[in-house]
Design a protein around this ligand. Sequence first.
Ligand code: URA
Length: 338
Amino acid sequence: MKNAIFVLGEAWGAEEAKARTPFVGSSGYELTRMLDEAGISRADCYLSNVLNLHPIGNDIESLCGGKPDGCLGYPALRPAKYLRKEFAPELERLADELVEIDPNLVLALGNTALWALTGKTVISKLRGATTLSTLTASGFKVLPTYHPAAVLRQWDLRPIVVIDFQKALRESAYSDLRRPFREIYIEPDLKDCHDFFEKFLPKTSLLSVDIETSGRRVTCIGFAPSPRYALVIPFVDKRRLGGNYWATRELECEVWGLVKGVLENPHPPKLFQNGLYDISFLFRSYDIRVAGATDDTMLLHHALQPESKKDLGFLGATYADEGAWKQMRAKKTTKKED
Ligand code: URA
């Protein structure tokens, strides 16, 4: 039977080198336990490493050199450290193994696995979101998460890895990347705003609301009556004269009047992410008294996983099927503490 999940680690440790088998030491023990907790049987997975060898002192950097010594076409594996050319055959062996096993999903454990598959390395930013590998001609679906050795060093990563493994189990049922289909209205005029609210508000049982701020000003506000549709109303637009999205003060006041009407109506109930910030900001800066704020993703997640991170990037990677969208933005815009 096909191995739907290909579990990819970094390199052998001492135990693995003795047995010439991946994940038979302490990392492997913890890996098995976490897979089990997520409902995945280790026996159903194919396990391998980027490098079937044991780096001196378990230190991958001992296999690295400067850029001229690095494997052709590969970025740095660690800052300014390139995997040396002599190890390129290991990457070819990995590519052959992937093609032969043809898994639905590759579970990339840690930065080295993520690097070998995609050329990227910041596991803390990319974990939990599926992406496509670039190592072989046809990309395999990859789900990056922390390495079990990192879990053993930093125990609070463990629930995150178990959550990612649960997602891996769901994703392993099919090989393609399935992104949710969304229609997001991003540059509306006043009529678009009216039409959107008229069309969606009567039908929705929960309206998601989120603001972005800069100083004492809301730079934009988003409304999503369902996972499929959203409206983003901007107030700042640096491309326009004066930096304002709306052409006149009167027009902007009219838009705020519309927004105020939606927010001060207890129907539909509203969902925020750290709404305590948004609601108090809207009151202080705009005299808007939000009504019907019944749910909060940050607090709901906190109830489930009190020890884990709670920012939107983390929650999106954990609960949604999007790519790592916080990494898609070319430049940072305004930032709030979610
Ligand atoms: N760490 C790895 O990355 N692979 C193993 O096989 C064992 C420990």
